[in-house]
Structures are given as C-alpha cells and as structure tokens.
Write a protein that binds this ligand. Structure first.
Ligand SMILES: *Cc1c(COP(=O)(O)O)cnc(C)c1O
Length: 306
C-alpha cells in the first residue's frame, strides 16, 4: 500500500473508533415528528451531549497525529458540564494527552460531575473550583498567557471555538439533509444555541453547497442572538441561569465568525464591533443584518416555555 493510501486507511480507523461508542447504529438518527418535521437525535454518544460527535473524533485524530510524532500535549478546558464530560470521555486512556478540566464546584449537574470525576484512567483529571464558570475560564486564560508554562507543558485547548470541533459537526447536517432528499429538496434546521458553534457548522454546510433553506437560532431567556437577528439589538444583559447551562452565554465566540463573513472578511470592522459588544452593545449595518436574515431567523423560549 502507498503511504497516501495507508494514511486514508488510518483515518478511517480513527473515525470507526471515534463513533464505536455510540448507542445507535445510525449515530445521528432522524425521528419523524410530523409531516416534514423531524428531530435529529444527537444524544447517542457516550456522554449524551452532541459534543461527543466532535470530541470523540478529536481524541482519536490527536492520538494518531501526536503518536506518530512521539509527542504529548496537555489539554485544559473550563466547563459548565457538557464540554468537560465529553472531553474526558474522549481522551481517557489515550497516552498522547493529559487532560485537566476545571468546573465550578456545585454548579454542574450530578450526572456530569460523575461523568467527569469517576473515570480512573491516569491521564484525565477533573478539578472542582470555588467560583463560577467564569472563574474557571479566567484561570485558563492565565495559563495560556503564561508563555513559559504554556510551551513547557505544550498546552492545548478544546473550547467551542476549536476549529476541529466545528468542522466535525458539519457532517450531520449533510447526512440528515441528504436522507431527507437533499440536494433535490431544501431542508431547514432549528438549532439550540449557546456559543454559536453547532449552528455555525450548519452555516458552513450551507457554504459548502448543501441547500439549506433556513437556519433558526433557538435561544432561551439569554436571548441576545434572537434580539440581534430579529431587531438588531445586541445589548448585553446580566446572564440568567437556566435549565440549559450550555445555552447561558452572552457574547458568542463563533458568532464573530459569521459577522466576519457578513462584513466581507473585514477584520478591522469586526474588531471594532466586538469591542462595542463587550462594553454593552453592538449595532449591525442594515446590509449585514439583511444578509444574515436571508439565511438565519431566530426564536426564544425560556424555562417556562414562554
Ligand atoms: C453545547 C450545547 C449547546 C450549545 O451549543 P453551541 O455550539 O455552543 O451553540 C446547546 N445545548 C446543549 C445540550 C449543548 O451541549
């Protein structure tokens, strides 16, 4: 076998290993709810969060790539639950990475605390911090800003702007849409949104040619993206704790990536916009908003269903 062919073979191996722990033969099955209405079930991975789709693959690919180079990295992450569990589950027992996940003590669900703290493999560690998710996130930033430490332990992150995570999520947009008749038929997706990673993967699928009619940003009471898309109101408000902590986010990192495209990839304009957002409010131009509304719409639903 040529080396190119054997590389392909190894990649196939990584994919098989990544998705072997899923509890459904289809991995991401579609369940029909009504005429032209389907639910894409993304909870059949080992930690029951859709994060498994990307994290499991990243674990396997990292192991292959680092193993070939004889390298080892230190992965750190901050979590309110889903990401930490998925990362620990994906990397447990893989010798290419040591994983340290910081979580706010008492602020993750019991199930996820157990998912993070019960694996016995020596390369995965969950650390309970006094404080909130932001406390954990601030510690991560400090670690990455300490360059000597960062380079010494070969620090790597698995947060939701990790490009590999976004890319791995593009796949189920294609698999579900084609099984519903794409490309001959357009499909729309409604996506529960926090840091705008999952729905941004849908946007990438659209850019890659998948005929998507509409992407609906679904938010909870932390509805800044709904307000932004429906009435150009991207004003930050105090974060409210909801039943879905993964959606309790004010400034979504991946939304910046969409804005970058909407503003014709003008980095200077985006820098200014994000600076405005951080101090309270950003205003999109009429043309950027119109462009966004050609593909995106939005909806808000709080814990009481209102
Ligand atoms: C991560 C997560 C979200 C938010 O996804 P983003 O990619 O950050 O928009 C929503 N719901 C659940 C259950 C999640 O795990």
């Amino acid at each position: 076998r040529s080396s190119a062919a054997s590389d392909v073979y190894k990649r196939q191996d990584a994919i098989t290993a990544a998705y072997s722990g899923f509890g459904h033969a289809a991995r991401a099955p579609l369940v029909q709810l009504g005429p032209n209405h389907h639910l894409l079930e993304l909870f059949h991975g080992p930690t029951l969060a859709f994060k498994d789709f990307a994290m499991q693959l990243i674990g396997q690919l990292s192991q292959k790539a680092l193993g070939r180079r004889g390298e080892q990295v230190t992965i750190v992450g901050a979590t309110s639950g889903d990401t930490g569990s998925a990362a620990i589950e994906a990397f447990r027992g893989l010798d290419a990475a040591n994983v340290f996940i910081l979580f706010p003590n008492g602020r993750v669900s019991d199930v996820q605390r157990r998912q993070m703290t019960t694996p016995t493999e020596s390369n995965v560690h969950a650390i309970a911090m006094e404080g909130t998710f932001d406390t954990c996130q601030a510690m991560l930033k400090d670690m990455f800003n300490d360059f000597k430490f960062r380079d010494g332990v070969k620090l790597a992150g698995v947060n939701s702007i990790n490009w590999a995570r976004v890319l791995a999520q593009v796949v189920y947009y294609f698999s579900s849409a084609t099984s519903l008749g794409a490309p001959h038929r357009k499909v729309s997706f409604t996506v529960p949104t926090g840091n705008f990673g999952d729905i941004f993967a849908g946007y990438l699928a659209h850019k890659m040619g998948l005929p998507i009619a509409q992407l609906v940003i679904a938010t909870n009471q932390n509805d800044i993206l709904h307000r932004c898309i429906s009435r150009n109101d991207h004003t930050t408000r105090p974060l409210e704790q909801s039943l879905a902590p993964s959606m309790d986010i004010m400034i979504s990192s991946n939304f910046e990536r969409l804005l970058f495209d909407l503003y014709d990839r003008d980095g200077a304009v985006i820098t200014q916009l994000m600076a405005d957002a951080k101090v309270g409010s950003m205003q999109l131009t009429e043309s950027a908003l119109t462009l966004a509304q050609q593909l995106f719409s939005s909806y808000r639903c709080d814990d009481k269903g209102m």
